[in-house]
Design a protein around this ligand. Structure first.
Ligand SMILES: Nc1nc2c(ncn2[C@@H]2O[C@H](COP(=O)(O)OP(=O)(O)OP(=O)(O)O)[C@@H](O)[C@H]2O)c(=O)[nH]1
Length: 393
């Protein structure tokens, strides 16, 4: 489906930028914008040129808000229609969905997100979804380096980033991050069709800091966003899915009441059928792709569906249970074994207890992997969300 992604604040901007870097020509990415009060943070974005970045809130003087959610809300309310207009060059009216991406523990992004969600719902019919990073517990803890509250705690000195050996950016101490996140989750649930939380802490490896791991985590987040919204959106004229997935399927699966939804995803490399047959094609002029061994296809599909379901999701799904589930299996057409997908769907119904399972396929003609994306909505409250809510109870 064609999605318009709006990254708000530091974290949101980095995801918007990453999606643009990795998927700009892909048809699913209908539009991308990054909005922040922080001029420097916007300046670090590489893939989004000036025309897709926008600094708002002169009252912040070009800085971040240091986690001040009230200031963020005020700026969001005052500037929501200006942000809506700043998207116009990206042709938001063509989008089939909007996705607001935000770090829920901050001030600028979390503050502006509810007002922007409301503004987009007012202007367009397409559903507005939110993808929000949950703060790690260590962000709110007092730094133990003796510098006192408010100082930047870089975590263990010498920590490296997940993408190289350069020093990790410090993870700012944000005493209010958990309360900001709880308030913003509530506000977004009231205004968005569905909320996809991403549990930063659950994705950290032992000893890692958020600053050090953020590139890797952002890679996972961008990949899952692309897996969900890119599913079924193949470039024109390549291959037609047997079971087409469209924006209304996703809308039905995730619902429209602001429920929490989780995104599971897995891929497995497979041999492209064309590779093995290139010699044959040249010799006999056949345009038929080579056959794929059925048992290999069945096993690849079974594996990716199970991994996408039981492997780490964007947020823990208690007992694996969900009211509604969406399954999309992708890969080279010769690997998309109908029976295996139908079996996977039955397994998923049992695993999740979902009454409603929607499924589609996403053929990738020259792909070299089979993949599955599993969206679960109407899940029981994950522990981390309960912990966050308790901070404002
Ligand atoms: N996964 C991930 N999480 C991030 C990243 N940056 C920040 N976060 C999380 O998002 C929260 C908000 O941080 P930012 O997005 O920088 O905050 P902001 O919206 O710019 O708000 P202010 O700094 O208060 O102006 C933090 O508390 C972290 O939990 C990132 O690059 N990746």
């Amino acid at each position: 489906m064609r999605v318009h992604v709006i990254g708000l604040g530091g974290a949101g901007g980095r995801i918007a930028d990453r999606l643009a870097a990795e998927h700009d020509p892909d048809p699913f990415l209908a539009g991308v914008n990054a909005f922040d009060t922080d001029t420097d943070a916007l300046g670090t974005l590489d893939a989004l040129g000036e025309e897709r970045r926008y600094r708002f809130g002169d009252a912040a003087g070009g800085d971040g808000l240091g986690g001040d959610l009230h200031a963020g809300r005020r700026l969001g309310d005052a500037h929501a229609s200006e942000l809506g207009r700043a998207m116009d060059d990206q042709r938001p009216s063509l989008a089939e969905a909007f996705l607001i991406v935000v770090g829920l523990g901050g001030g600028a992004g979390a503050g502006a997100a509810p007002a922007l969600a409301e503004e987009l719902s007012r202007l367009y019919d397409a559903p507005v979804y939110a993808f929000g990073f949950l703060p790690t517990p260590s962000e709110t803890e007092e730094p133990d380096d003796g510098d006192g509250p408010g100082s930047a705690s870089a975590g263990p000195s010498g920590a490296a980033t997940s993408s190289g050996n350069e020093p990790a950016p410090p993870t700012p101490h944000r005493p209010l991050a958990e309360r900001n996140a709880a308030r913003t989750l509530d506000a977004l649930s009231d205004r968005c069709a569905a909320v996809f939380p991403f549990d930063n802490a659950a994705w950290l490896r032992p000893g890692e800091t958020l600053g050090g791991a953020r590139d890797r985590l952002n890679g996972v987040a961008a990949e899952r966003i692309a897996a969900l919204f890119g599913a079924g959106e193949t470039p024109d004229g390549t291959a037609t899915p047997q079971q087409v997935l469209d924006a209304s399927d996703v809308a039905r699966a995730v619902g429209s009441d602001g429920e929490i939804a989780a995104i599971g995803h897995a891929t497995q490399q497979v041999e492209s059928p064309d590779e093995g047959s290139r010699f044959g094609l040249g010799l006999f002029g056949s345009s038929e792709p080579a056959e794929v061994d059925a048992s290999a296809a069945v096993s690849a599909i079974e594996t990716v569906i199970r991994k996408a379901t039981r492997g780490k999701n964007t947020i823990e799904v208690p007992e694996g249970r969900a009211d509604r589930t969406l399954l999309v299996v992708g890969g080279p057409p010769a690997w998309l074994n109908r029976e295996a997908i139908a079996d996977g769907r039955r397994w998923l119904a049992e695993e999740t207890g979902s009454d409603a399972i929607l499924s589609g396929d996403a053929p990738v003609p020259d792909g070299d992997a089979v993949s599955a994306v599993v969206i679960r909505s109407g899940v029981d409250e994950p522990d981390r969300i309960r912990e966050l809510r308790e901070t404002i109870a």
